[in-house]
Design a protein around this ligand. Structure first.
Ligand code: ADP
Length: 460
């Protein structure tokens, strides 16, 4: 509003100076006319100052030059008035100060009307012959300026009102949806996580609402997975706990009398508690892997890790009559990772391959590809049914019950593999091999180390 008011004032001033310029142009035109007549005297042979003064101070002539808004007065070079237009009445315009040939000044007439005056000295052959004062009344200029200013002030007031109304409207249109959004968000809270805003707006508020809906989707998914995990875990814990409980009761009841029952029940308790411990261990690893960035990562060489896991598992494979081999990459890939977790990832895959393979071989290979390190574990075992391939990595998922009953496990091994791969920025996938058996492939972002890097000797 202040800017609009200042603008209106400035436009008013500019308008006034424009009108004054116009007035000056009118006065200058009259003064040029006077000059022409003063010089015309030359052609007629009037050389002396007195004749020139007579010709210029002629009342008729002066009235012709003057108009209703313009006065003309002729002075001698010394400043003595010798003629003026009849519309001037008693008005007398001031003399031109010595040493100045021409100037514009402001004055007032007898009615107090502002005047713009041109005082100009005319010379012939270097001698001053006459001084003319041409005055233009500025009442029209003032009136027009006032009118323009009034119009501008009204326009400014209307503009201010329009600006205020528009600002209120814009502010409301911005604030209203935010208020509604906040209300909806408060209402949804943690209790009504299934509610969505579903606002169909193409603006920023619409994007905010869509982002909020997407965030709720993720939150709801995370809560659902958490609930599922707790329910699965409780369910999985129940079986070994029931077995432990039942066998403990058997020992209490028959243990003293029947050493066979006691030995069998104790074996069952030891097995089931070991299974429980394994499950708890698996869940702790999952929790660690899920904690993401908090895992300390260091440069690791994959070849020695894989070779070590394979060496440890070789006896187990041999007991099942399997050949276990490692095929390492010549200049092994390097990754940034947590050594115990990566070791566990390889171990889980190798363990599964041995568990689910009756005869043949298990091959663990390490490959270096541009920007990627790849570990694959292939076996000649039971293979993977296409319908379960997706679910293998779910927590507590165990495949074909006919196998899983006979083969020990918790259903957490592959979920742990996936979590560890993810936390290292990698992926894992399972596929059936065309000639039977399966292959599990883990890809991890490779750490590019130039040959000769001192880190290489350190991590080998
Ligand atoms: P667990 O081995 O304890 O059952 P996992 O999460 O390690 O749990 O594996 C989940 C399921 O995936 C297994 O029950 C099995 O059905 C299937 N699976 C895992 N590894 C293999 C494999 N190498 N060959 C065939 N099936 C496998």
């Amino acid at each position: 509003m202040v800017i609009i008011a200042i603008g209106a004032f400035a436009i008013g001033l500019a308008f006034r100076s424009l009108l004054i310029e116009q007035a000056k142009a009118g006065i200058t035109a009259t003064s040029d006319e006077i000059a022409r007549v003063a010089e015309a005297g030359n052609a007629l042979g009037f050389y002396d100052q007195a004749t020139a003064l007579d010709a210029l101070a002629n009342k008729e002539q002066l009235d012709q030059w003057a108009s209703t808004t313009q006065y003309v007065q002729i002075d001698t070079p010394e400043g003595y008035p010798i003629g003026k237009s009849s519309n001037m009445g008693d008005l007398r315009l001031g003399a031109l100060p010595p040493g100045i040939d021409q100037r514009f000044t402001f004055a007032r007439d007898t009615d107090g009307v502002a005047l713009l005056v041109l005082d100009r000295k005319y010379s012939r052959d270097g001698k001053p012959i006459v001084v003319a004062h041409i005055a233009q009344r500025l009442d029209i200029v003032d009136r027009e300026t006032r009118r323009a200013q009034t119009i501008l002030i009204y326009a400014a007031i209307i503009a201010c009102i329009a600006v205020v109304i528009a600002s209120l409207f814009i502010a409301r249109s911005l604030v209203d949806p935010i208020v509604r959004l906040t209300g909806a968000m408060e209402e949804i809270g943690s209790e009504k996580l299934d509610r969505r805003l579903r606002w169909k707006r193409g603006d920023e508020i619409g994007r905010l609402a869509a982002t909020f809906d997407a965030m709720l989707d993720r939150l709801q998914g995370a809560f659902a997975r958490e609930r599922q995990f707790i329910s699965d875990a409780s369910h999985e814990f129940k079986t070994p706990l029931t077995v432990i409980n039942a066998n403990a009761q058997l020992i209490r009841r028959w243990g003293d009398r029947d050493p066979e029952v006691r030995a069998e029940s104790l074996d069952a308790i030891v097995d089931e508690s070991a299974r429980l411990a394994e499950m708890v261990g698996g869940m702790l690893t999952l929790a660690k892997a899920d904690s993401g960035d908090q895992i300390p990562k260091e440069p690791l060489a994959l070849n020695p890790l894989v070779a070590d896991v394979v060496a440890h598992a070789r006896d187990r494979a041999a007991q099942s009559g399997l050949e276990l081999r490692a095929e390492l990459a010549p200049d092994g890939p390097y990754i940034l990772g947590d050594s115990p977790l990566i070791r566990q990832l390889i171990n889980n895959l190798v363990d599964n391959a041995i568990k689910f393979t009756e005869e043949g071989e298990v091959v663990v290979s390490v490959r270096q590809e541009p920007g990627t390190a790849r570990i694959s574990v292939s076996d000649t075992g039971i293979g993977i049914a296409p319908e379960t391939a997706e679910r293998l990595f779910d927590r507590f998922f165990r495949g074909d019950p006919s196998h899983s009953r006979a083969i020990e496990g918790t259903g957490l091994g592959l979920a742990i593999v996936r979590s560890i791969a993810r936390v290292h920025g990698g992926t894992v996938s399972a596929a059936a091999r065309p000639d039977g058996g399966s292959v599990f492939t883990v890809t991890l972002p490779a750490l590019e180390l130039p040959p000769g890097d001192p880190l290489l000797t350190e991590i080998q």
